[in-house]
Design a binder for this molecule. Structure first.
Ligand SMILES: [Cu+2]
Length: 280
């Protein structure tokens, strides 16, 4: 475990919040499954049939299901929340909101997350940065609290394991203290020049605001061969804490991406970060 945030003063408030959500929703109602759930989502931007359902719950009039790409790890992840009627038909007039909290037993804390994006057909996209993995015997771990039509509160336990290759790393900075730098590349990429995206968030008590105004300098290198690559472009702000640049992997093999944060031409991160990536 690299980092835990102790919020002693608000610890009980957080635990009470979780307890009350569970009481309202009946947490025992939730099922945790790994099965694929084929749903006809023709017309939607995302094909739910290709996703993995990790949880669902049934209410008086609705069914709410939580989908992910494969599984959740400690990084910037996209979660899909689907609202249907009891027959499984999409609910088009639902209002959905959510937040995330990590219950670590004695303490709990939040993490960076973005407002839900309504994809239509009762499907919502939620972008969340899991700043750490669930830990054995320490509370319920990460939970997604969904609020449906401003009246039903649902609480889903999220299985978040350690990312094989670090993708969200905290670093000290000059102005924003600890900043969470999330690389959005998968573990494996293809050789060649390609876009590289990051998100930056800081911690402000229990809020994790997105950060603007940085430049994310990148330097790919092959540790085994002692060389880098030309024609890389630093990632610059696209808004909402998202940054985009270009990275050039000139051959297959094991690479590392060195990352430093700059602001106004000055290096402001206190240490260089290294993100490993396999180029196939
Ligand atoms: Cu935690």
């Amino acid at each position: 475990m690299k980092f835990i945030y102790f919020r002693k003063t608000s610890m009980w408030a957080s635990i009470m919040a979780i307890t009350s959500v569970c009481t309202l929703a009946g947490c025992g109602n939730s099922t945790q499954t790994d099965e694929k759930n084929p749903v006809d989502m023709a017309g939607a931007m995302v094909d739910v049939t290709t996703l993995t359902k990790i949880a669902d719950t049934t209410l008086a009039q609705n069914k709410v299901s939580v989908f992910v790409q494969d599984s959740l790890t400690s990084k910037n992840e996209t979660i899909y929340i689907q609202v249907t009627d009891l027959n499984g038909d999409p609910t088009t007039d639902a209002h959905l909101d959510y937040d995330v909290v990590m219950d670590m037993g004695m303490v709990s804390h939040g993490g960076p997350y973005y407002p839900p994006v309504d994809l239509g057909n009762g499907l919502y996209k939620a972008e969340v940065v899991f700043i750490m993995a669930n830990m054995n015997d320490m509370g319920k771990g990460w939970m997604l609290n969904a609020f449906l039509n401003k009246k039903d509160s649902l609480s889903f336990i999220l299985p978040v394991s350690e990312a094989k290759y670090a993708r969200t790393i905290p670093v000290g900075t000059k102005d924003d203290s600890r900043v969470f730098v999330s690389l959005l590349l998968p573990e494996e990429v293809k050789a060649g020049s390609q876009p590289i995206d990051f998100t930056l968030h800081k911690m402000d008590h229990n809020l994790f605001p997105a950060l603007e105004g940085y430049t994310v300098e990148i330097e790919p290198f092959m540790p085994d061969m002692g060389h880098g690559s030309p024609n890389n472009k630093a990632a610059t702000s696209k808004g909402d804490g998202h940054y985009s640049g270009m990275i050039n992997f000139t051959m297959k093999g094991h690479w590392k991406i060195k990352v430093n944060l700059f602001k106004g031409g000055e290096k402001v991160s206190q240490e260089e970060l290294e993100f490993p990536v396999e180029v196939r």
